[in-house]
Write a protein that binds this ligand. Structure first.
Ligand code: G6Q
Length: 545
């Protein structure tokens, strides 16, 4: 069996050796040695100030990581992605999400055709629809205007829209209500429609394939709910259902006029689709101009990623630092900590983006990787997390690199809130990096027995991302930054960051088990003994309910 080429890279071996040198070096020493480190190890691009000085690296580390990027062929891979090559090898598809935010007039050729005009045609159609709904020109079946929009979708057809709606709520049309249904648990639907008037409600059925079990189950329930509220008049659905999909045939089969379908393409992966028509709910909420501003933000980061030298390239640096901790320090997770309440769903969004993309066990050639791939991404907004899990980051035994995200201007200026919020960002990164020595703790008059409990080792690494304000463009930049950081990491590990075969097995088994739960007759069960017994027990409990 051939060996993944990764370990043949001289930079990989050199980094391994170098790690032995650096693992005991403290950030206190690194900062003491270089008084300008905090200014030197920072890059500003596309309106994002990226301070990576509080990482356990030296100039030598950085040089080796950049060498690793070059040896891994990152430059060629970036070009291949932007060129529309089929870099999603296991699905034989391009990963052309960058085309979704290419400016009108740009040219990106896919299978011999420039896709940019098609992208803008869909955006124009979305804008026209959004304007009509927002202005009240688009009426519901009874002549009432639409006041409620419910996006029905799951995974990539939900997480982006939810995150973007929450993130940009400040810019949203407050006279309208936006809700999101994803889970097949009926509670999700029941709670989403609670108190809503069907005559004023528009459902966006968002599904690339239009066959996803959860989404289709919720879509049928939505139709039943609407019809029940509108005296069963079946033609009512036309004014209350639109679809976002690549599958016109299934959309028509469901009963949605394909004139009210917003398309996208197989070269857009689900988790890379919030800036495609999957973002229709976002556009309805914030309006076409703000949506376009968001796309411009994405594009600005795309251009930075495509053209900036690696040593000043934000996604490349972020990706390489993630590799450094993942593969050399053995860190298993990365915490993403936005100090911005509107970004409360950002970590959940990133979980899919990062873990579905890089949770892979073979290289793009199908060879078992022999190093760890995607780390676990998680997080919560600050300052809330500080009163909860930060304890483990500060004093636990695991190394957890953190991304702190902060904005200089608040969208809701209230008294001293913003200064207090930002003070906490800076305090946390300082405390994590420098900690507090036993001597410092003792000098505060702490009794000897308490000193070990109160000391902070420090040397906990973090990045700080400082932006001006959370605008639609800033959100686009942030998302694109993480997208490309994920791609950088995937390239180093030589994995396909754009497929997701790992979600298939559970889906197939669920399809098999549904009839076993529903059948009137006792089903013949051929699972393992645990699964068989759980099924029997559920059937019994449900019967006795
Ligand atoms: C994302 C995945 C997955 C997908 C959902 C929904 O990259 O492919 O999360 O988005 O399974 O799929 P549909 O949009 O086809 O319903």
């Amino acid at each position: 069996m051939s060996v993944p080429a990764l370990h043949l890279h001289p930079a990989w071996a050199a980094l391994k050796k170098h790690y032995q040198k650096i693992r005991r070096v403290h950030l206190r020493q690194l900062f003491a040695k270089d008084r300008r480190r905090g200014e030197r190890l920072a890059v500003e691009a596309a309106g994002i100030y990226f301070d990576y000085s509080k990482n356990r690296i030296t100039d030598e580390t950085l040089g080796l990581l950049l060498q690793l990027a070059h040896e891994s062929g990152l430059r060629d891979r970036v070009d291949a992605m932007f060129r529309g090559d089929k870099i999603n090898t296991s699905e034989k598809r391009a990963a052309l999400h960058v085309a979704l935010r290419a400016p009108r007039g740009a040219s990106i050729i896919h299978d011999g055709r420039n896709v940019v005009p098609e992208v803008h045609a869909v955006l124009d159609k979305m804008a026209d629809f959004a304007d009509r709904v927002r202005s009240g020109a688009w009426k519901g079946h009874t002549g009432k205007r639409i006041r409620n929009v419910i996006n029905v979708g799951i995974g990539g057809s939900d997480l982006g829209p939810v995150m973007a709606y929450e993130a940009l709520r400040h810019y949203s049309e407050r006279a309208m209500t936006f809700r999101f249904v994803s889970n097949v648990d009926g509670t999700d639907f029941a709670e989403a429609v609670l108190g809503l008037d069907p005559a004023e409600t528009l459902f966006i059925i968002s599904s690339k394939t239009f066959t996803t079990l959860e989404t289709m189950t919720n879509a049928h329930t939505a139709r039943d709910w609407l019809l029940a509220g509108l005296n069963g008049e079946s033609q009512a659905t036309a004014r209350h259902f639109v679809a976002v999909s690549t599958n016109a045939q299934e959309v028509a089969k469901f009963g949605i006029d394909t004139a009210n379908m917003f398309g996208f393409w197989d070269w857009v992966g689900g988790r890379y689709s919030m800036d495609s028509a999957i973002g229709l709910s976002t556009m309805l909420a914030i309006g076409p101009d703000n949506f376009r501003a968001m796309l411009e933000g994405f594009h600005e980061m795309d251009e930075h990623f495509r053209t900036a030298p690696f040593e000043r390239n934000l996604p490349v640096l972020m990706g390489l630092l993630a590799v450094w901790y993942n593969n050399f320090f053995g860190a298993q997770t990365v915490a993403v900590l936005p100090y911005q309440q509107y970004l409360k769903r950002f970590p959940a969004y990133l979980q899919q983006l990062t873990m579905e993309s890089n949770g892979k066990h073979v290289t793009w050639d199908g060879i078992a990787v022999d190093c760890d791939t995607g780390p676990i991404y998680w997080g919560e907004p600050g300052t809330n997390g500080q009163h909860s899990f930060y304890q483990l980051i500060h004093q636990g035994t695991r190394l957890i690199p953190c991304d702190f995200i902060a904005f200089a201007h608040t969208l809701n200026p209230l008294g001293r809130h913003q200064d207090i919020l930002l003070a906490n960002v800076f305090a946390q990164t300082e405390a994590l990096a420098f900690g507090k020595t036993a001597r410092q703790v003792a000098a505060e008059g702490t009794p000897d027995w308490l000193v070990p409990h109160r000391l902070f080792e420090g040397n906990r690494p973090s990045n700080t991302l400082l932006l001006d304000a959370l605008t639609p463009a800033a959100l686009g930049k942030l998302v694109a930054l993480y997208e490309h950081s994920v791609f950088t990491q995937g390239t180093i590990w030589q994995i396909d960051s754009f497929d997701q075969w790992g979600v298939e097995l559970g889906k197939a088994l669920a399809q098999q088990i549904v009839p076993q739960l529903e059948s009137a007759a006792e089903p013949k069960l051929e699972h393992d003994s645990s699964t068989n017994e759980l099924i029997r027990r559920y059937r019994k409990l449900k019967g006795s309910a």
